[in-house]
Design a protein around this ligand. Structure first.
Ligand SMILES: [Zn+2]
Length: 185
């Protein structure tokens, strides 16, 4: 897929920017070589309510929902969120290190946050993602592969691939062949 979007100073031209404080610099001389696909929904399996933005910017109100009380103190982020309608929100510029992978390992290399971009799909492991999400994810991924050539088809993985036994996202509902087909177009 030919990207119709571009990246300037680490920001995606098509994204709405919601800067998160949950980031730091990548280790020196670290090239971006991995793309990690996640899912998130707040509360679980509920969509399009703005809570993910609040969570990634440390603004989540712990009193709104019992689940929020469990997670409100966590300081996490991702570079991008793709909502159910295909809106793209960027929290961290790509040249900075977002806090999405946690304890993780890819091909013997720990701390995947150091060398990856993290994309959250608004969703859940057992609920189908939307057509808009597949389209936009493929566009954004193509753009990232062009900007960061060390990201290749075989270095686009799920969170569950780099944190097995601990994480399950993006889950069985994510159609990898469909996504890979879109990427090759
Ligand atoms: Zn994840």
């Amino acid at each position: 897929m030919k990207p119709s979007i571009n990246i300037q100073q680490g920001w995606l031209s098509s994204a709405r920017r919601v800067p998160s404080p949950n980031m730091n610099t990548r280790p020196v001389d670290t090239s971006i070589s991995l793309l990690v696909i996640h899912n998130i929904s707040l509360p679980p399996e509920q969509f399009e309510n703005g809570y993910i933005e609040q969570f990634f910017t440390n603004q989540l109100d712990a009193t709104v929902h019992p689940y929020f009380a469990e997670i409100a103190e966590m300081t996490v982020s991702a570079h991008l969120l793709i909502t159910r309608t295909g809106e793209v929100i960027q929290f961290v510029p790509f040249d900075q290190r977002a806090w999405h992978a946690g304890r993780s390992c890819f091909r013997g290399r720990d701390n995947c946050n150091d060398f990856s971009v993290g994309i959250e799909l608004e969703g859940a492991d057992t609920i189908a993602y939307t057509d808009e999400q597949y389209t936009v994810l493929a566009q954004v991924s193509s753009c990232l592969m062009e900007e960061y050539p060390a990201i290749m088809l075989d270095t686009i993985v799920g969170h569950s691939d780099i944190a097995p036994g601990r994480k399950t996202d993006p889950g069985e509902s994510f159609d990898w062949p469909r996504f890979q087909q879109l990427l090759k177009q």
